[in-house]
Design a protein around this ligand. Structure first.
Ligand code: CAA
Length: 386
């Protein structure tokens, strides 16, 4: 057992931290207020290798390990949770599954523009009628002369408005209505039309949109085997959830650091807030819970990096880290008192941004289901049968 990061991991962590402090943190409040996707940021992240941290260099990435990538996500999310999710979805949910499930030709065709940050990735699984029950999706793909005809609509698609590459799931076997008969496809931004943007509680520097697709694409865009797309989606989410957990740790850490600094400065009743035991206990709990969440995240990341099973551990990391983020961002507001409820300080943004980590890439209820199936050996038991 070794809890030390390697010199390379520390170097990438420091690179991401310095970049986030200089280029993200000073603008995060403004992007939130203006609900602006910071397009100018992603070429810079790409130039530093941070749009493909754990993508091998032969495919345009930085060639670092998965733990390094997770450390980068915490740093980006600490500065701005919207940037964190954009990079998380782009990497974990698009570039990595293409690397894992793609042919050599597909890897060479689709991954380098993603890893270099020239194309942003979007993951299109969810539909208006198919959220937690992802296997019930209705978008359809039929093989015609000329290729696959893909049609349908998707909802809550992160970065759809900016994305140049979509990993999109559609039903190739019309006789099915559940997880069987779903296939995965790699589409370009031009194949997809964005029809509506969500107005959200938080995460304002990230976009979330409805899309429709009605396009014929070449056969080389089917990822993995026909009818095996649901397994691609599930395996992708097993890893993706570790990234969202790291995002949650980043948000919670931002809230803790703000609350700690404020408590050391603000005086009431003639002494600093940090000298009151009630505030000390809040800060102690925050620090402990963030440490515990990070350890769960790093364990899951290490398992994935080593090629070991990590679905249960990733679900535990996301479940715990997202609940810590929601709870401790609220406590940070409490430390700030009335000021924390205003836009003068960033803690209200952290509170709004934290909530989504309990919902996307599988709600907390779905994480508990994934964990329960694993610890009880019931993974394949159909939900419908209870
Ligand atoms: N890895 C590989 N294959 C898996 C798997 C895994 N972790 N989990 C299940 N499968 C396979 C099963 O083996 C089975 O395949 P076979 O029949 O060929 O053996 C098939 O998938 C169906 O499995 P289940 O019977 O377990 O499927 P289910 O319908 O009961 O659903 C679920 C399982 C866990 C509830 C799943 O639907 C789920 O994860 N739902 C949540 C969806 C979700 O997380 N959405 C996130 C949207 S993306 C997003 O949020 C991105 C963003 O913007 C940030």
């Amino acid at each position: 057992m070794d809890f030390e990061l390697t010199p390379e991991q520390r170097e990438i962590q420091a690179l991401a931290r310095d970049f986030a402090q200089a280029e993200i943190d000073p603008h995060a409040a403004e992007w939130d207020r203006e609900q602006r996707f910071p397009s100018e940021l992603y070429p810079k992240l790409g130039a530093l290798g941070l749009m493909g941290v754990c993508v091998p260099d032969q495919y345009g990435g930085a060639g670092a390990d998965f733990v390094s990538y997770i450390l980068v996500l915490e740093e980006l999310a600490r500065a701005d949770a919207g940037v964190g999710v954009t990079v998380a979805v782009h990497t974990s949910a698009v570039a990595l599954p293409i690397l894992r499930f793609g042919t050599d030709e597909q890897r060479a065709r689709f991954v380098p523009p993603l890893a270099r940050g020239e194309s942003i990735g979007a993951f299109a699984l969810t539909e208006p009628e198919s959220g937690s029950d992802a296997g019930s999706l209705r978008s359809a793909a039929t093989l015609e002369t000329g290729g696959w005809h893909i049609s349908g609509s998707k909802r809550f698609i992160t970065s759809a408005r900016q994305a140049g590459t979509f990993l999109l799931f559609a039903r190739t076997d019309p006789a099915t209505s559940n997880a069987g008969g779903v296939s995965a496809f790699v589409l370009d931004g031009a194949h997809v039309e964005v029809t509506r943007d969500e107005e959200k509680l938080g995460l304002h520097s990230s976009t979330t949109s409805d899309v429709v697709v009605d396009a014929v694409v070449d056969e080389g865009r089917l990822l993995h085997q026909e009818g095996k797309g649901f397994a691609v989606a599930m395996a992708t989410l097993d890893g993706g959830r570790i990234g969202i957990a790291a995002q949650a740790v980043g948000i919670a850490r931002a809230a803790f650091e703000a609350a700690r600094d404020y408590a050391l400065e603000r005086k009431q009743f003639g002494k600093r807030l940090a000298e009151f035991q009630a505030i000390q206990h809040k800060l102690a709990d925050m620090s402990m819970e963030i440490d515990a969440a990070r350890l769960l995240v790093l364990r899951a990341a290490w398992l994935k990096q080593e090629g070991l099973p990590h679905a249960e551990e990733g679900a535990k990391a996301k479940l715990f880290a997202s609940e810590v983020a929601r709870r401790q961002t609220a406590e940070a507001i409490q430390v700030f008192g009335g000021y924390g409820y205003t836009k003068e300080y960033p803690v209200e943004r952290y509170y709004r941004d934290a909530k989504i980590t309990e919902i996307y890439e599988g709600t907390s209820e779905i994480q508990r289901l994934v964990i329960a199936r694993s610890i009880l050996g019931l993974r394949r038991q159909a939900l419908a049968s209870g």
